[in-house]
Write a protein that binds this ligand. Structure first.
Ligand SMILES: Cc1cc2nc3c(=O)[nH]c(=O)nc-3n(C[C@H](O)[C@H](O)[C@H](O)COP(=O)(O)O)c2cc1C
Length: 365
């Protein structure tokens, strides 16, 4: 089982939805990063459930930093973060010991762990685990911000409703990072939330697409072939529960376009070689080209729904029906956004450390 990720900057994650708590160990992060606890809390609040568009399971998400920070700064040694679970209702899941929720990991976990897995609330496969990832990612984001690298993600699509595209990425990213429901057009936000509520009323769920932009990355990051920027980012992004697609730049749409439309051009701007209108998403040959890094993630509709579905009793090998119980998100896309931001930050810190070494934060890019 591989519960850790990254070469030079590495994250390990442990925990279960209804266990005592969640732990992340973030190793290899550069020393001297000032810890802004308020900022970490803000990132956590962007993942937290809110109102009727999210699960009623509210958790305080109070985090404790157990190691790797001294007198308010990272020391360079592994940072351990603990978030305790305080609001669990395990009896809702007693049926799940043997009944697999279609689309969730109940069946596959049972096959892999031979029935020993903690099935309560989805156990290790719950979105709950991502809380501690967001806390660790917030620290990585603080490290990147010091170098002028900013990450922003919007809900490009939720159900059938689309947001407007990124226009001025600097302003758009700033706006998004202040918002809980990360949408650039307020009208779209209302329509998206209405679709989530409709799905909830029907006992169903909807999905969406997240689009991320990263500003300020230097050209030259990425370790081809196998640790190309796209491969490493996609590896982490696909590890996030509920992400079913990742595409960079023009993505799958470039297959229908002409080279002249996709390539854009290269120009000298402010004395620097600069790609213009390039649909590669800021990456050529697996290496960043200094343009805005842009990618999209497809987020599935929440697998647990209250509508009746066909499934099986795994112990007695019998067909049965299930109307799920427990507390669930009618959509997860708005919450996954904070997880994507954190996964991106940790990956980028790793790629920077691979190119420039542990002291990358001291380098002039
Ligand atoms: C923040 C977050 C919240 C989630 N909330 C739920 C939920 O309430 N109910 C549910 O069935 N799945 C939820 N999920 C998704 C499942 O964890 C995920 O679909 C499941 O582990 C199966 O993995 P897969 O969809 O990647 O195959 C959530 C995921 C995230 C990241």
């Amino acid at each position: 089982m591989k519960s850790s990720f990254g070469q030079s900057v590495n994250i390990s994650i442990t925990g279960e939805s209804h266990g005592a708590g969640l732990v992340a160990v973030l190793s290899g992060l550069t020393p001297g990063i000032k810890i802004d606890e308020e900022y970490i809390r803000r990132c956590l609040s962007q993942r937290a459930p809110m109102g009727k568009i999210s699960t009623p399971r509210q958790e305080a998400d109070e985090f404790e930093i157990l190691s790797g920070v001294f007198e308010g700064f990272t020391t360079g040694t592994p940072i351990t973060i603990l978030i305790r679970n305080t609001n669990t209702k395990s009896k809702d899941y007693s049926e799940m010991a043997s009944t697999a929720r279609p689309g969730h990991a109940d069946f596959t976990a049972d096959v892999k762990y031979h029935g020993f897995q903690d099935y309560r609330g989805g156990g290790h496969f719950s979105g709950r685990i991502t809380a501690v990832l967001v806390a660790a990612g917030a620290i990585a984001r603080l490290a990147l911000k010091n170098k002028g690298i900013e990450i922003g993600t919007h809900i490009a699509k939720c159900g059938t409703v689309s947001d407007r595209a990124f226009e001025n990425a600097v302003d758009d990213i700033r706006t998004l990072n202040e918002k809980y429901f990360a949408v650039l057009s307020d009208e779209s936000a209302e329509a998206m939330q209405a679709e989530i509520l409709n799905a909830a009323d029907e006992g169903d769920s909807i999905g969406g697409v997240l689009e991320t932009a990263v500003l300020g990355l230097p050209a030259g990051l990425g370790e081809p072939w196998f640790d190309s920027m796209e491969s490493v980012l996609a590896h982490f992004l696909f590890s996030i529960p509920g992400i079913k697609g990742v595409e960079f730049g023009g993505g799958f749409a470039v297959a229908r376009m002409k080279g002249s439309q996709v390539n854009g051009s290269l120009r000298i701007e402010d004395g620097k070689i600069t790609p213009v209108n390039d649909l590669s998403g800021g990456v050529n040959g697996g290496i960043t080209n200094g343009d805005i890094l842009k990618f999209r993630c497809a987020v599935r509709p929440t697998p647990t729904i209250f509508k009746e579905q066909n499934t099986v009793d795994m112990k007695n090998l019998a067909d049965k029906t299930l109307s799920a119980k427990g507390r669930h998100d009618p959509a997860i896309v708005h919450r996954v956004r904070a997880v994507v931001d954190s996964a991106t930050a940790i990956t980028l810190c790793d790629m920077l450390a691979q190119r420039y070494g542990t002291d990358w934060a001291k380098e002039e890019f």
